[in-house]
Write a protein that binds this ligand. Structure first.
Ligand SMILES: C=CC1=C(C)c2cc3[nH]c(cc4nc(cc5[nH]c(cc1n2)c(C)c5CCC(=O)O)C(CCC(=O)O)=C4C)c(C)c3C=C
Ligand code: FE2
Ligand code: FE2
Length: 350
């Protein structure tokens, strides 16, 4: 997805999101309505990026993660070394097409398209796969380039262990007397109900991660999966993170650990929405006793091991689609899905 590095990039960024039909389907005139919404939303969102230091750290984090992953891959998979990462963002540079052009200039022989959303949604990973499809639609795959896709990894054991470790460390900071009563709120980016009702697999994949993390923790605390970052007036999947905090406090439960379960690094949704809007402002307003936000996986060693093991296994199993990449749908098994239709009809020839 990516995020704007500077305040002046916010408008372009929002404009691209609002006109992406994989991300959002406006009821009419998307080409006009989308830019109009983006323009109206810009000042409010610019202010938020200003408050987290003037831009999104997502590129910095993604590069750090890519470098650490390649270093570990060089070690565990010397026969495919050297490894190099390319960042392919959807709405800010380096764009998907920039990444593939650089890959081509580097004469790469083997590339793995590795979605950094652990849980698959047609709005996020699906949109990026469609951008790749669009890039290759009118051109041949570069000679000798073999491509394959890792589209989701919501239940990977090392991802689960990483989140469990981060939660344990946060719980350990809380006074022993109240530790067992702390509510663990797993907070994931929400989706429009329209997308959910189409059968998007994201909600159940997020639920799968939550379930395994709690199992790893021995169900040590009460917990709930809640949803954040709703955009616009239409209905989105709830319960919402802020509403849940308010409701718990009303019932006398005033201590929380918040886990950003669908994000792999820090950006506006963790640094602003969770840290500033909920953990600081809302918590103060409604009388929360203690609220701690678990860091995103970032450069946690278990997270880097998760990435390494996923790519290493993928390469070893030889899960390649080679030159046939454009002849199969790599991502979507949902027949009712908006862009599975696009893949099936235009790409897959199923
Ligand atoms: C788990 C990942 C994400 C899902 C699912 C998702 C769905 C989704 N998002 C929007 C609209 C916006 N998202 C914005 C920011 C943003 N979204 C994600 C991840 C998911 N989005 C991230 C990581 C970020 C932050 C990027 C950064 O700062 O680096 C924004 C911009 C900010 C804002 O205006 O609040 C919009 C807009 C929709 C419509 C949607 C589902 C269809
Ligand atoms: Fe899809
Ligand atoms: Fe989003």
């Amino acid at each position: 997805m990516g995020g704007p590095q500077k305040i002046e990039h916010v408008h372009d960024y929002l404009n691209q999101i609002m006109t992406d039909r994989d991300m959002i389907q406006l009821p009419f005139a998307q080409d006009h309505l989308g830019p109009w919404i983006a323009k109206r939303r810009t000042p409010e969102v610019q202010k938020k990026y200003q408050e987290i230091g003037g831009g999104s750290p997502i590129l910095k984090w993604t590069n750090t993660q890519g470098e650490l992953l390649c270093k570990r891959l060089d070690h565990v998979s010397p026969n495919t070394a050297p490894h190099k990462h390319y960042v392919a963002f959807r709405y800010v540079p380096p764009y998907t097409k920039d990444a593939f052009e650089e890959l081509e200039r580097d004469n790469v022989a083997r590339a793995v398209i590795f979605s950094q959303y652990p849980q698959y949604s047609c709005a996020t990973s699906g949109s990026s796969f469609n951008a790749i499809y669009t890039h290759f639609k009118d051109r041949n795959l570069p000679n000798g380039l073999r491509l394959s896709v890792i589209d989701r990894w919501p239940t990977h054991p090392l991802l689960v262990k990483c989140f469990a470790d981060l939660i344990r460390k946060e719980l350990a900071q809380i006074n022993k007397e109240k530790r067992n009563n702390v509510i663990i709120l797993f907070s994931a980016h929400s989706l429009p109900l329209k997308t959910v009702n189409r059968g998007d697999s994201y909600p159940s994949e997020v639920g799968a991660t939550v379930q395994l993390v709690m199992e790893e923790l021995g169900f040590c605390n009460p917990y709930q999966l809640v949803w954040q970052s709703k955009v616009g007036p239409l209905p989105w999947l709830g319960p919402f993170t802020d509403e849940a905090i308010k409701d718990y406090v009303k019932k006398g439960k005033k201590n929380f650990v918040i886990v950003p379960i669908a994000f792999v690094n820090e950006h506006i949704e963790t640094l602003h929405e969770l840290d500033i809007e909920y953990c600081k402002e809302l918590a103060h307003e409604v009388g929360v006793e203690e609220i701690r936000r678990v860091p995103a996986p970032n450069d946690h060693p278990l997270f880097i091991e998760a990435l390494t093991s996923i790519v290493h296994n993928h390469l070893q199993n030889k899960v390649t689609v080679g030159e046939k990449f454009l002849n199969r749908c790599p991502h979507c098994t949902n027949a009712n899905c908006y862009h599975s239709k696009k893949w099936f009809s235009e790409v897959c020839n199923h």
